[in-house]
Design a protein around this ligand. Structure first.
Ligand code: GDP
Ligand code: MG
Length: 795
């Protein structure tokens, strides 16, 4: 019997070469997604039994090179070197073969068993590219070359057969690129210094020498940590400086140039390009889409469509989910007995997590749109078009994509900064992204604008807030770039991939992967935060109230019973309402009418024509009842009125009590404590708590205000909050505007902070962003509020 052995296969290649497609073809559903240890690039592993082998496939992050400029490059390089996969499969986009071979050559230099998969040969052949596989293999040191078409699952078996063969022969690749006398001379001098090292770092001496001469920060750091490392580094540094002078240019650039030249030679040797039509369809489309005149309008039109898709279409299922959670709350409310458990589940868990899950449809759609834009190849063009504008403010063209995503959700936008290679560009973008007004802030604006601004100017007010965010982000980016993050911006070298029809499967997978990531990470954070917030606003619950609410409630109830019996029961000579059937029926009719009116007018303004019309209808109906039986009607109407008053009075007491409990809770005490700091912005302690709790998620500002402004459940669309905000003597349009400005700018939410921590690997940047944004928010709001007062607003 043959012994089975697990063969580890690493899939490497440029972004969009088809790695994930091939990975999914081979592994099917059997895969495991995680993160690489220590860093946050996603790691996908999948398994496949094929003939006599167990294969373990690893989908490595897409990369153009193995120099250490981006996280993806380092992860890929380290995986190959440290985990020593049995076989590396380099998946290339054959329609862009020359460019893709640049990575191939670097893989060859690493010296691990390598297979070249010529993917997308279908596309390449349709453009007339003729490749001689044997010559190509010869140019690449004799490695096997396999043709594949990922989307049609062609070539998968041959790929696995080849992998099995290569892994069992375990032949190391012998490929040596000649870098010319100067560099080779330096390599020969450096190599002997490294013999003691290479066992410890797994790299060959030649490779190490090249990387050190090329000033590779990542390698210098790992070598520096080894015994004698520092000395070796400084010795190599001297050699590097001499070499620099000899070459008259940066060694790394020279090395890259030599590699390109060599790749060009291999390409010329193996590929017959004579039949290539010089202008492809892609080029033609690009002429239009990246045109100075048409580029921007087309781009804005597309973005407008995306936003409408995400926020208009998405809000429909979002409403269903919202209603679903409302039902769940009601259900829990009904089945669980009063007490801390119910309060925790209903207010804390369902309330908090529900407010996040409501965004799933929007997020799915946003990612769907992005996946389509990316897979077709348009995203790269958009960044290219925007590069001209962004550059003026010290941002990179590619920063544009995360900034755009920022209008949806800062947390996902921060994940989107991965496309930026330069850490400087990446951090600046991360720091300004939260200034894009994310969709969670929208409910806050909606409520405040609805309460304090005329319908005619509502749109302008909203626009001014979004605009303020954009302007601030540009100013802040410019300040960062000219102070802490000085230095050349990377030139725009993003590849413009050919246009391609996206496949349903690939779009779906992209969308799904990202959304589940959002759900998992944001979901856990929000859950924890909601529970914490619930605790802080609920405890201590044994507080001394200023009034005895129970007694007051009982008194109100008693007064009500008294009035009913004096004004109605006594006069009609009955003991309770039910004894007079006509009266009971009439009361029922009137109450139903009232309930229907309340329901119908829920979303109407009090002086709107529809409202007035419904009110007139109601009055007419009542008059009808009165003419039928005047005496009974007046008793019934009085009874309804008294009952309503009693309900209102009890509700007010309950809310007052809730308000007082909140004031004395930990959160309330905290709000009082910070009041002096926010008073110059026009905010009181209640707004203070709302803002602090809003750090968990921006929507929470509204739900907290709901609780605090004594309306019980704090429903986001509740007329109740609007009304109590209007009647609050502390609030006015100026305070409302100041509050919107503050909410726009201040600290990113926990999910965004956590993603920032994950993406940068330290708490430094989340803390910096929290502190600088909150400070900025204070300053800008101070100017807005105090300036507004000087101009005579705010009374
Ligand atoms: P990755 O970034 O390397 O993981 O690339 P993906 O697997 O996501 O593929 C990028 C796009 O290329 C997807 O839209 C695929 O459907 C498409 N694709 C993959 N392989 C082929 C192929 O052989 N031919 C064609 N025409 N398209 C392909
Ligand atoms: Mg992929």
């Amino acid at each position: 019997m043959m012994t089975k052995k697990e063969v580890t296969v690493a899939l490497v290649g440029n972004p969009n070469a088809g790695k994930t497609t091939i990975f999914n073809n081979i592994t099917g559903g059997r895969q495991h997604v995680g993160n690489y240890p220590g860093v946050t690039v996603e790691k996908k592993e999948g398994f496949k039994k094929f003939k006599n082998n167990d294969f373990c496939l690893v989908d490595l992050p897409g990369t153009y090179s193995l120099t250490a400029y981006s996280l993806e490059e380092i992860v890929t390089r380290n995986f190959i070197v440290n985990d020593k996969p049995d076989v590396v499969i380099d998946i290339v986009d054959t329609s862009n073969l020359e460019r893709n071979l640049y990575l191939t050559v670097q893989l060859l230099e690493l010296g691990h068993p390598l297979i070249l998969a010529l993917n997308m040969v279908d596309v390449a052949e349709s453009t007339g590219l003729k490749i001689n596989d044997a010559k190509l293999a010869e140019g690449l040191g004799g490695i096997p070359v396999v043709r594949t078409v990922g989307v049609r699952k062609e070539g998968m078996d041959i790929l696995l057969d080849t992998a099995a063969k290569v892994s069992s022969s375990q032949q190391a690749v012998s490929f040596k690129l000649d870098y010319g006398a100067d560099v080779e001379g330096a390599i020969t001098t450096v190599e002997p210094l490294l013999t003691s090292l290479h066992k410890q770092v797994n790299f060959s001496e030649r490779w190490l020498a090249l990387r050190l001469l090329g000033n590779d920060a990542n390698i210098i750091e790992s070598v520096g940590r080894l015994p004698n490392g520092e000395q070796i580094i400084s010795a190599v540094n001297e050699i590097r400086l001499v070499l620099n002078d000899k070459l008259g240019e940066d060694v790394e650039l020279f090395i890259a140039g030599q590699r390109y030249k060599h790749v060009g030679k291999i390409y010329q040797y193996a590929v017959n390009t004579s039949k290539l039509s010089s202008i492809t369809i892609s080029d033609k489309i690009d002429k239009l889409l990246t045109n100075r005149m048409f580029g921007l309008p087309v781009f804005f039109a597309l973005m407008w469509m995306v936003f409408n898709l995400v926020f208009t279409v998405g809000s429909i299922p979002a409403d269903w989910i919202d209603e679903g959670f409302a039902l769940l709350s009601q259900y829990l409310d009904a089945v669980i007995g009063d007490g801390p458990l119910k309060s925790l589940l209903v207010d804390g868990v369902v309330g908090g997590v529900g407010s996040v899950l409501v965004f799933i449809p929007n997020i799915l759609l946003l990612f769907l749109a992005i996946a389509i834009l990316e897979d077709t190849g348009y995203m790269a063009r958009a960044a290219f078009i925007m590069d001209r504008i962004m550059r003026r403010f010290g941002l990179h063209g590619k920063s544009f994509i995360p900034l755009l995503l920022g209008f949806g959700c800062s947390a996902t936008a921060i994940m989107g900064t991965r496309t930026l290679e330069n850490p400087r560009d990446r951090i600046i973008t991360m720091l300004v992204t939260p200034l894009m007004s994310c969709s969670a802030k929208l409910p806050v604006y909606t409520i405040l604008i609805g309460a304090f601004f005329d319908e005619q100017i509502a749109g302008n007010v909203l626009f001014s807030i979004y605009f303020l965010g954009i302007i601030l982000s540009m100013i802040v980016a410019w300040i960062f770039r000219s102070t802490f993050f000085q230095g050349e911006s990377e030139p725009f070298v993003m590849e413009l991939p050919p246009y391609r029809m996206p496949t349903f499967k690939s779009v779906f997978i992209h969308m799904w992967e990202r959304s589940t990531l959002y759900l998992k990470k944001a979901g856990t954070i929000i859950l924890a935060a909601s529970i914490l917030m619930w605790f802080l606003t609920t405890y201590p619950n044994e507080v001394e109230y200023s009034k005895d609410y129970d007694v007051l409630t009982a008194q109100a109830e008693e007064a009500y019973t008294q009035q009913v019996s004096e004004e109605i029961l006594y006069k009609l000579e009955i003991e309770n309402i039910d004894q007079n059937e006509e009266l009971a029926a009439m009361i029922d009719t009137i109450q139903q009418e009232e309930a229907k009116f309340t329901e119908d007018t829920k979303e109407l303004a009090e002086n709107s024509p529809e409202y007035v019309k419904l009110e007139e209808e109601k009055t007419a109906n009542n008059q009808q009842l009165a003419t039928e039986d005047g005496a009974t009607y007046s008793y019934a109407a009085r009874y309804v009125e008294l009952t309503q008053k009693n309900e209102d009075a009890k509700e007010t007491l309950k809310n007052e009590q809730a308000g007082e409990a909140l004031e004395k809770s930990y959160a309330g005490q905290f709000g009082k404590a910070i009041e002096p700091v926010i008073a110059p912005l026009g905010f009181d302690w209640r707004i203070g708590i709302s803002l602090v709790s809003g750090v968990t998620a921006k929507e929470v500002v509204i739900s907290t205000m709901g609780t605090i402004y004594s309306i019980g459940d704090g429903n986001e669309n509740s007329q109740g909050l609007t009304k109590s905000l209007r009647s609050d003597e502390h609030m006015n349009p100026l305070v409302a505007y100041a509050l919107m400005v503050f909410v726009l700018i201040y600290s990113p939410c926990l999910a965004a902070l956590a993603v920032m921590r994950r993406e940068t690997g330290s708490w430094k940047w989340p803390i910096v962003s929290m502190v600088y944004l909150t400070t900025l928010a204070w300053i800008v709001t101070f100017i807005v509020y105090q300036g507004g007062r000087l101009l005579g607003f705010g009374s």
